[in-house]
Write a protein that binds this ligand. Structure first.
Ligand code: TRP
Length: 346
């Protein structure tokens, strides 16, 4: 019997931050370790998605491998047969199914996608690619090819998951049971827990999320930052003039963010960390503690990253891609038969 599938994709062309680490990488690795017995966990690098908006193609190949290394450095086991780690473009069925789904999807339906509207508004019409427009359809193919029912998605991907369910149901009602639809977002959140809601904020502007798109980079700790540089970023984090450490995101967003970061780094409950520093008046001393922890974390993480065995990683890609191709091609054939591209089996 095949196991139920959990599937998640992580983009290849991000310069990843401490926020990505605690908000995405670490929870995914922990989830994979916990579930990859009862479930098949598909983790893939959506390399075809990575240039829906312009990128520097001369570094893409290196970024694809680097992204996988980050997961390994964060503790992803490479010797678990129930975890597949593959590159999307090495499984050509993703592109083929996308084309078929394209022809059953309305232009209006895609035009209503919020992420598309936001991104295209920023870029300006002539530079918006058809790929950006189409991207949720590729995402649906990513999921449907493996009959994946469990897909951990943040709120920004909610609409895309809903579209995946719609297109699966639409095709099933026209052609019979060819797809397994993923569970609705509410059920996903029940299954995965709401832990991911937690967010690390920008050190300079603690009311916004820490993200690589910050133009100066001063409020953002990158996983590749030199530890001493990162420590300096923490030391110059924005605070307030209350001279009292408290967890109060509304009134003291900077201090609260630092408490949150410390709790994550130490893997301690937030209220325990708050208790330890509550009322402390020297923000300098408080920041020093976090700066040191951040530097120590980066030192260790970067050493883990150095130690990743690329040959082993490539072997895992190979093994996973063989299995992924078998599974994806079986689904693709079902669809091809249903729409008349292949003779039906008797
Ligand atoms: N769209 C996702 C993101 O921006 C990445 C992704 C691509 C994905 N295909 C997927 C996530 C399929 C889950 C399932 O983060």
């Amino acid at each position: 019997m095949t196991k139920p599938v959990i599937l998640t994709g992580v983009r290849a062309n991000n310069e990843l931050t401490l926020g990505n680490y605690f908000g995405a990488i670490k929870p995914i690795v922990e989830m994979a370790k916990e579930r990859a017995d009862e479930y098949q966990v598909n983790m893939f690098i959506p390399d075809l998605h990575s240039f829906t908006t312009p990128i520097d193609h001369s570094v893409l190949q290196q970024q694809i491998v680097q992204n996988a290394r980050l997961f390994v450095a964060a503790g992803l086991p490479l010797d678990n047969d129930n975890i597949l780690l593959y590159r999307q473009s090495y499984v050509p069925a993703h592109s083929e199914l996308t084309w078929i789904l394209d022809c059953f999807t309305g232009v209006g339906e895609m035009g209503r996608m919020i992420e598309y509207k936001d991104k295209s508004a920023k870029i300006g019409d002539d530079r918006v690619s058809v790929g950006l427009f189409n991207y949720p359809i590729l995402m649906a193919a990513d999921i449907l090819l493996y009959d994946a029912e469990y897909v951990p998605v943040g709120d920004d991907q909610r609409q895309h998951l809903e579209y995946t369910r719609h297109i699966a149901e639409r095709m099933n009602s026209q052609f019979g049971d060819i797809f397994t639809a993923p569970l609705p977002v509410e059920k996903q959140q029940e299954f995965f827990g709401k832990g991911q809601a937690l967010r690390i904020m920008d050190l300079q502007s603690p009311s916004k999320k820490m993200s690589k798109s910050d133009d100066t980079g001063k409020g953002v700790v990158f996983l590749t930052d030199d530890p001493t540089v990162a420590a300096k970023k923490v030391m110059s984090a924005t605070t307030d003039d209350k001279a009292s450490v408290n967890y109060d995101p509304a009134e003291q967003p900077g201090i609260s963010n630092l408490l949150q970061i410390l709790a994550l780094l130490r893997a301690e409950p937030l209220d325990q960390v708050e208790l330890e520093f509550k009322g402390q008046s020297s923000y300098g001393d408080f920041k020093r503690v976090i700066a040191d922890e951040v530097a120590a974390f980066l030192t260790e993480f970067q050493a883990n990253l150095e130690a990743v065995d690329d040959n082993k990683l490539l072997a895992v890609f190979d093994r996973s891609e063989t299995i992924a191709n078998e599974q994806a091609n079986a689904t693709l054939l079902r669809v091809q038969q249903a729409v008349g591209l292949r003779p039906k089996a008797d």
